[in-house]
Design a protein around this ligand. Sequence first.
Ligand SMILES: [Fe+2]
Length: 243
Amino acid sequence: MKIADLNDFTRVFQTFLDQGPEQKQIIEEGRDIVKELVSAPGWLNETLEQLILDNDFLDGQWHSVDPNEITLFRSSDRSFSVRAFIWEPRRFYPIHDHGSWGLVGVYFNQARERKFERIDDGSIEGQGEVRLTGEGILGKGGTTYVLPINDGIHQVEAVDDLAAVTIHVYGKPVRTGYIQLYNVHNHTVYRAYPPNVLQRILAIRTLGSVNEPWAVQVLQEARNKTKKDFVKMECDISLSRRY
Ligand SMILES: [Fe+2]
C-alpha cells in the first residue's frame, strides 16, 4: 500500500508492529515505511495551519519534554507514537538520549545529526561523558534511527538558515518519564522532565538541599506513595544527599 498521509502510515505501521518484529527488524524495515511517510507531500500542512490559526487546537497540544515537539499520533495499544520536531536555524539543541527505539525522517529542508557514545560508566550521579562517533546531513526523505538509552545518544539541528521538520516514530519506552541531556563541556548529564511533572521533580530536588527533618519526612512520604519509578529515584537521590 502506498503511504500518502499520516493515516496511511499509522495503519501500515500498526500492522507491521502487530507481527511482533524484533528491534533489529523494526529499525531496518520500519525505516523504509517512515521514508515513505516523509517523502509524501502535504500531509503535515493541516497541523501547521491549525497550530497557527486555531486557538483550541493549540491549547489542546500535548506538552512533552521537548518544547519543539508536536505529538501527531499515539497508538491505542501504546506500541508507538508519531511526533514532528521543528528545528530552528542557529539554535542550539542538546545532546540527548531516548527511552525507546526511534525512527526519524526528514520532512522539510535538511537536518544535521551528530551521534555520540557514552564513555563513562554512569556510576556517579550527575556525571556523564559522551564522545562524537559520527555526523551527517539528511535531506528530504532521509532517515536515521536511535536505540534506547545509551545506544541512541544524538543531537539534531537545522542546516543553513532554514527551519527543518523531522518526523519521529517512537516505540514503547523501556524507560519512562524523562530523557537525559548531556553537556560535553563539563561532562554532566541532566534528567529532563515534561512540564506536567517538572515542578514536582524540582521540589523533590530542592528538599535534597534542605537540611530539615520535615524535608526527610516529605521525601519519604512521596517515595512511599508514588507508583512512578522516576519519582522514587528522584526521592532516593534527594534522601541520599542528606548531610
Ligand atoms: Fe532524539
